[in-house]
Write a protein that binds this ligand. Structure first.
Ligand SMILES: C[S@@+](CC[C@H](N)C(=O)[O-])C[C@H]1O[C@@H](n2cnc3c(N)ncnc32)[C@H](O)[C@@H]1O
Length: 194
């Protein structure tokens, strides 16, 4: 019963997968992460969502599938070629705003926007600009990261970055944190206070 077979894929997912392979996009989120994001997104009606690292839009498809009609998703990537796939396949969804820019700079410049769920899936917002990313999280909001368990594609020494990030998050007294052996290793943080 508790297997990891995911039966229902979100709208656009298969088309994005095919397009991702054709441009050799090599950093896709997996199905377990996607299904988790969809489920978490469903807990935030009228929610404001942020994805750092659109890639080709695989996780965005899951988030959109979980979000209600009053919610919105801002997804940032600095690679126009990847984001074009997301735009071609998901761009008709008016809840989605794709922004092609450096996410680190965007996070540092952002003084006003706050989010109910942040999926931080790039270097900025995770291994850099962490304060700015957490400042952009509403109290009660969810900050989600994957790839926290050793992966075959990790560069040499990356485990030190991961250990430092986890201990940084664990040291912050305004957060709750859980480490899940699900997918590539997930950490979910909730914000108690600003
Ligand atoms: C792990 S992939 C994202 C995968 C995607 N979330 C998915 O569901 O398949 C990381 C993405 O972050 C983007 N990225 C890397 N550095 C960035 C930066 N400084 N600003 C914005 N995006 C960046 C890359 O172009 C890449 O598409």
């Amino acid at each position: 019963m508790f297997n990891d077979t995911i039966h229902t894929l979100p709208k656009g997912y298969e088309a994005i997968e095919i397009a991702s392979r054709s441009i050799r996009f090599s950093m896709p989120s997996d199905l377990q992460t996607g299904a988790l994001l969809q489920t978490l997104a469903g807990s935030k009606p009228n929610g404001r969502f942020l994805e750092i690292g659109t890639g080709t839009g695989l996780a965005a498809a899951w988030l959109l599938a979980g979000m209600d009609s009053d919610s919105s998703l801002l997804s940032i990537d600095n690679e126009a070629r990847y984001q074009a796939v997301a735009n071609n396949i998901l761009g008709d969804d008016t809840r989605l705003n794709l922004l092609c820019t450096d996410a680190g700079q965007w996070l540092e410049d952002n003084q006003t926007e706050q989010f109910d769920l942040i999926f931080a899936d790039a270097w900025p917002g995770k291994y850099a600009n962490l304060d700015a990313a957490l400042n952009a999280l509403r109290v009660g909001g969810l900050y989600v990261i994957d790839d926290m368990l050793p992966q075959p594609n990790w560069p040499a020494g990356h485990e030190d970055n991961v250990a430092k990030l986890v201990s940084d998050l664990e040291s912050r007294t305004n957060l709750h944190l859980v480490k899940l052996a699900w997918s590539t290793g997930i950490v979910i943080v909730t914000k108690k206070t600003n």
